[in-house]
Design a protein around this ligand. Structure first.
Ligand code: FE2
Length: 383
């Protein structure tokens, strides 16, 4: 597999940024855009299975001939499903290469022009020069830089806009596509998988170009089974609203889950998006009812759960029935569960997370989690 490369002109990179000088203030995740083979059906899946509302649409009927996009919303989470109208062009090429996958982890900023200038000045890969989009509801300024693989970060400035989402989108109000939400509130973190040896390159990229800091690292001592090992570093912006863990495979006896992803995605890309709920029992019950498949956790995981994590509010039998994992850190505890991949290629999946004080990522669950993933990998013949 071809390793993605970052072209950076280090001769123009400024000296290290002084701590506290946040040259890229981020308000939060603006949207996550997926390029998919059939956006109408993908939108239906996220509505019926995950409880998103299909809020907006942009396509040939609204004057955009090349592609169709559906806006999905739940809580503060916005997903956009985009599909091309033919085999030509970058969207179709992205799908041919990667299958359905995340193209854009878009970030909400106050100044998209400054975001572009400050990041590209520091070596960010320029993707989209600042551009103003206008309609009767105001204007949005949008720009973008690249990151691992073909993934990008758009910077979205929307303070002068009071429309639905973005110029070009119209309200989508088909009553039969308004399912009950499942309680998903906002994006907690988005994880990228990169090739062996590339993790530190992207850690440096987020640090140098976007001013992120490395808040936690996991080595293959933390995360390894008999066959699989991986390394991970979590990068976060100044206010920690944006957290991007970066994984790379580590040397191991057999093909790791990260290698499997990289083979099927044909390179680096988004592995999972974690979405926060304030009632994980309710959310996971509803998701299961609607046909979302989760990783199976052996019941032995729950035998000594309370000894490991101490007192928790949730009944252990209920957690065991649903397969929800628990981990504690110095600030509190968290509950989490992982879906199986949501497409036929074993690539993108979701994490549902509820934080009760904890600010970490569930390192205590990594072992049982990766054993669970390996069972799935073996069933696919990819271990
Ligand atoms: Fe995660």
């Amino acid at each position: 597999m071809e390793a993605p490369t970052i072209e950076r002109d280090l001769t123009t990179a400024p000296d290290a940024v002084a701590p506290g000088d946040d040259f890229l203030p981020l308000n939060g995740t603006d949207y996550v855009e997926f390029y998919v083979g059939n956006a109408k059906q993908a939108a239906h899946f996220y509505a019926s299975a995950f409880g998103f509302q299909i809020a907006g649409y942009k396509g040939p009927e609204t004057g955009y001939r090349g592609a169709a996009s559906y806006l999905l919303q739940q809580g503060k989470i916005r997903f956009v499903m985009t599909t091309p109208m033919g085999p030509e062009g970058p969207i179709a090429e992205h799908i041919a290469q990667h299958g359905d996958g995340v193209k854009d982890l878009a970030l909400w900023v106050d100044d998209a022009t400054s975001a572009f200038e400050e990041t590209t000045r520091r070596g960010g890969i320029p993707i989209r020069e600042p551009e103003t989009l206008e309609d009767e509801h105001g204007r949005i300024v949008i720009s973008a830089i690249g990151t691992y693989g073909d993934t990008i970060h758009s910077f979205v400035e929307r303070s002068a806009y009071n429309g639905l989402f973005m110029p070009g989108f119209v309200a989508y109000d088909k009553p039969y596509w308004k399912p009950e939400p499942v309680g998903l509130k906002y994006v907690d973190h988005c994880v990228g998988n990169v090739a062996l040896g590339d993790m530190d390159k992207y850690v440096d990229y987020y640090a140098d170009v976007m001013g992120f800091k490395n808040i936690v690292s996991f080595t293959d001592d933390d995360i390894s089974t008999e066959y699989t090992a991986l390394m991970s570093k979590v990068m976060a912006n100044g206010n920690e609203r944006i957290k991007f863990p970066i994984n790379e495979p580590a040397e191991s006896k057999k093909k790791s889950q990260i290698d499997e992803y990289l083979d099927f995605y044909r390179g680096a890309g988004v592995q999972h998006v974690a979405m926060e709920t304030d009632d994980i029992l309710l959310t996971v019950n509803k998701l299961r009812d609607r046909g979302v498949d989760f990783l199976y956790v052996p019941t032995t995981y729950y035998d000594d759960l309370q000894a490991r994590v101490g007192q928790i509010d949730e009944p252990v039998e209920e957690l065991a029935r649903l397969g929800i994992l628990v981990d504690r850190d110095p600030d509190g505890y968290l509950l989490q569960i992982f879906t199986k991949p949501v497409e036929d290629r074993p690539t993108v999946f979701y994490e549902i997370i509820q934080r009760k004080g904890a600010r970490s990522f569930g390192v205590g669950n990594f072992q049982s989690l990766f054993e669970a993933i390996e069972r799935e990998q073996e069933a696919r013949g990819n271990l």
